[in-house]
Write a protein that binds this ligand. Structure first.
Ligand code: COA
Length: 160
C-alpha cells in the first residue's frame, strides 16, 4: 500500500470510494465542493497497485488558530480493517504539522479517533454546530488555544 497526495486523474476514483462507503452522495459531493472552493488543504489517497482504496481530506477551518477539519475519510469495503484509514490519518496529521497547522478537529467515534491523539475533553470549550460527544480536537503545537469558535469550511453548511 502506498499513501500519496491526490491527483486530478484520480478524482473519479476518489468519488467512487465515498459512494461505496456512505449511504448517500453527500460526502462525495462535499469533497468536490471543498476542492472547488479552494478549502481542501490535504487530500491523500491509499493506493493498492493502480486502485484507489481509501481517501482522507483535511480542509481549512475558521478557528482561533490555524486549524483543519478531518472529513471525510473512507475506505473501500474490501480493504477495511487493515489499517488503511489509520495510515491515511497518520500521514495527514504528519503533513499538517509539517505545514504549520496548529490543530485538527474531527467529528466521529471517540473510540476510533483517540488512538490518533484526538480528544473530546479538549474540544469541550469550542463553539461549533457539531459540538458534543463526537466532536474532538488534536493540538499539533504545545500552545494551541483551548476555546473559541471552530467553524468548518462553507461547503459543510451546504450539506443537505
Ligand atoms: C471508518 C473507515 C474509514 C475505517 O477504515 P479502515 O481502513 O477499516 O480503518 P482501520 O483499519 O484503520 O481501523 C478500523 C478497525 O480495524 C482494526 N484494524 C486495523 N488494522 C487491523 C488488522 N490488521 N487486522 C484486524 N483489524 C485491524 C482497527 O483496530 C479498527 O477497529 P476498532 O475501531 O474496532 O478498533 C471505514 O470503515 C469506512 O470507510 N467506513 C464508512 C465511511 C465512514 O464511516 N467514515 C468515517 C466517518 S467520516
Amino acid at each position: 500500500m502506498v499513501i500519496r497526495e491526490e491527483q486530478s486523474s484520480g478524482f473519479d476514483a476518489i468519488r467512487a470510494v465515498h459512494l461505496s462507503a456512505f449511504p448517500s452522495a453527500n460526502e462525495a459531493d462535499l469533497v468536490e465542493a471543498l476542492r472547488r472552493d479552494g478549502d481542501a488543504v490535504i487530500s491523500l489517497v491509499a493506493m493498492e497497485n493502480d486502485l484507489v482504496t481509501g481517501h482522507v481530506l483535511f480542509s481549512r477551518m475558521r478557528a482561533p488558530a490555524r486549524a483543519l477539519g478531518l472529513a471525510p475519510v473512507a475506505v473501500l469495503p474490501a480493504f477495511r480493517r487493515q489499517g488503511v484509514a489509520a495510515r491515511l490519518i497518520e500521514a495527514g496529521l504528519r503533513m499538517a504539522a509539517e505545514q504549520g497547522w496548529e490543530m485538527v478537529f474531527v467529528l466521529g467515534d471517540p473510540a476510533y479517533y483517540q488512538r490518533f491523539g484526538f480528544g473530546t475533553g479538549q474540544a469541550r470549550d469550542f463553539i461549533s454546530p457539531y459540538a458534543g460527544e463526537h466532536f474532538m480536537v488534536r493540538a499539533l503545537v504545545a500552545d494551541a488555544p483551548r476555546a473559541g469558535n471552530a467553524d468548518y469550511a462553507a461547503a459543510f453548511s451546504r450539506l443537505s
